[in-house]
Design a protein around this ligand. Structure first.
Ligand code: SF4
Length: 209
């Protein structure tokens, strides 16, 4: 037990809720085949979270990073998306170094609420109102993806856009259950603020994970 705890702390073993090969449905890599590694554990607490079962890290089997990478190697795609839960709760240096060694392109989807770690080709930063981001995320984000669940989310989006790099891609994405209510507002907003683009959860239309 103690050994496992130490390995999790070092990032050489990680709790994995699920891993699966699918098509990335949202964000800048929409339509790309990708192997998703969903780490267990999240302390952000979004009310509309669609993976609440991920929150409790202890519920999920702990795997060595070798086993995790072995899983990814079973498929022909060489794009990995590390997500959660909140993946930056863990030190991702060991896992991402090993994935790089095996030739993967590595993306992360994070709320940015924990200190940054790991080596990524693309960092999708999706800030949440329920927990403030850690300062280390702002310089790392390649994509700022704000989920629109309430009309105040447009102001929230602009507040975070002020802090990311100039070349960071800015996306607004309707929260699935509110998409009917907010999609037309998002369309109007993006037409009037062309530095923003729209992201849709196309995997939900395709009915894939
Ligand atoms: S950060 Fe992600 S996993 Fe965590 S509560 Fe929010 S939506 Fe759910």
């Amino acid at each position: 037990m103690e050994e496992t705890r130490k390995s999790i702390e070092k990032g050489t073993m990680l709790p994995v809720m699920e891993s699966f090969y699918t098509i990335q449905g949202e964000g800048s890599f929409t339509g790309c085949p990708a192997y998703f590694i969903r780490l267990g554990g999240c302390d952000v607490g979004c009310v509309w979270c669609d993976v609440k079962e991920s929150w409790e890290a202890g519920k999920w089997p702990v795997q060595t990073i070798d086993a995790i990478v072995e899983g990814a190697l079973q498929y022909p795609g060489r794009l990995v998306v590390i997500t959660g839960g909140e993946p930056l709760m863990y030190d991702l240096d060991p896992l991402t170094s090993l994935l790089k060694e095996k030739g993967f392109t590595i993306n992360i989807e994070t709320s940015g609420t924990h200190p940054f770690s790991g080596h990524f080709d693309w960092v999708c930063f999706s800030p949440k109102k329920f927990k403030a981001p850690h300062e280390s995320i702002f310089g790392k984000a390649d994509e700022l993806k704000v989920i629109v669940f309430h009309k105040s989310d447009f102001v929230f989006a602009e507040k975070h856009a002020e802090k990311v790099r100039k070349d960071c891609r800015k996306l607004l994405q309707p929260e699935w259950s509110k998409s009917e209510k907010y999609t037309s507002e998002i369309i109007n907003y993006v037409k009037n603020h062309p530095d923003w683009n729209i992201s849709l959860q196309t995997h939900k239309f395709m009915d894939i994970p």
